[in-house]
Design a binder for this molecule. Sequence first.
Ligand SMILES: NC(=O)c1ccc[n+]([C@@H]2O[C@H](COP(=O)([O-])OP(=O)(O)OC[C@H]3O[C@@H](n4cnc5c(N)ncnc54)[C@H](O)[C@@H]3O)[C@@H](O)[C@H]2O)c1
Length: 257
Amino acid sequence: MTRRLEDKVVLITGAGSGIGAACATLFASEGAKVFASDLKLEAVQHVARQIVDSGGEAVGFAADVSKRADAEKLVHEVVARFGRVDAVINSAGVAPRNAPVDWDWERVWDFVMAVNMKGTFLVSKFAVEQMVRQGGGAIVNLSSIYGLVGRPADLGSGLDPYVHSKGGVAQLTRDMGVHFARQGVRVNALCPGFVYTALTKRLTDDAERLKFLEERHPMGRLGRPDEIARAALFLASDDASFITGACLPVDGGYTAQ
Ligand SMILES: NC(=O)c1ccc[n+]([C@@H]2O[C@H](COP(=O)([O-])OP(=O)(O)OC[C@H]3O[C@@H](n4cnc5c(N)ncnc54)[C@H](O)[C@@H]3O)[C@@H](O)[C@H]2O)c1
């Protein structure tokens, strides 16, 4: 059977954990050369080693997507190593709870926006320049259900930079998707519901909270990282050749309510 990403070069940010790690593993099994990057070098090297040990091709690389120089170097390194970049999965992301507890709300807001919104923009900016030069490519951003709808009053404060940043990612996706459509670059976003990863562990470890969240999803459960990775594979592959500027809910029906 033909693999869906045979010999394609894929750059994945946030590949040391959760959805990014699931994408790295799945994409490698579909024949991709995976350039796996994360803020945490050890974590991403572990993911890359597991892929190589099971016969795939992967490299681990440390980069902070919120830093312009790192984002530029990231794209430069992928091209130096593999000659091109066919797809980018922007999965690096943080929630307010990832910030140190002694930070005030303004600093936390800036931090979340810097990683989720600016980080997605920076990596996409350098990647799209390369993709235009090489004649095409695909970018898949990680937005969220909260890029499409507000957080319900009993789940948030209305002042949550996570929600604001994911709305920004959705709009960046549409704007880049429209602009680069004729240059062969497709830009799409996934909008997952709650998924079991390190990002949500504090919520899902709390049985009462978990039940509450499960009930919010019409399917009555949360998602798994591999379910998001399979949607990312679709958008990154030629199967999605007529799809750009789209924000695809992968949410067990959450945003259909
Ligand atoms: N888990 C969910 O419920 C859920 C739902 C919707 C959207 N998302 C989005 O999916 C993406 C992946 O989330 P996840 O659940 O896999 O989280 P995760 O915490 O498991 O993984 C995120 C990874 O991003 C890395 N990272 C953080 N800051 C970084 C930076 N500045 N530079 C580079 N890497 C950085 C972390 O080290 C971590 O390995 C995020 O953008 C998240 O907002 C997650």
